[in-house]
Design a protein around this ligand. Sequence first.
Ligand SMILES: [Zn+2]
Length: 153
Amino acid sequence: MPKGGGIRRITTVDECKPLKILHLKQSHCKFNSEFALIQNGKDMQPAILLYNMLVPSEDPIMVLAHELGHALHYSLTKDINVLPEKFDELMQISGKSGLDILERKHEAFADLTAWAILSDDELKEHLPLEITEDFAAMSTEYVSFLTSNWQMR
Ligand SMILES: [Zn+2]
């Protein structure tokens, strides 16, 4: 995929738009996947772009769950520079407070969301081995807290 080919990095958007998930046959030179805002007519739409895995042994389910974490972050704050509420507190409690760079916090939030998603009984086989039951449960509780006021439409 050509660099910048109609894809813009996340900034801020006022409206909530449906999430689009695109499974692309191409590989990306750096990434397995991306969360981005893509042009849809005259609007920008949040999208997950899943490329061919750069490393075939990587688990595409984990990759998708991680990108869903970025999508959750976006849907909660509408600004990638704003972390979801209580995230810093949670990182301190969990002993992972050494995340000083905002981008690493974004990635940590996406991973945490992925572990919550993958804690579901049907997906547990995709949970990374280093994630303990306690940390997976804490991730699930936190994501449930963040989405507790969501309503189905
Ligand atoms: Zn990421």
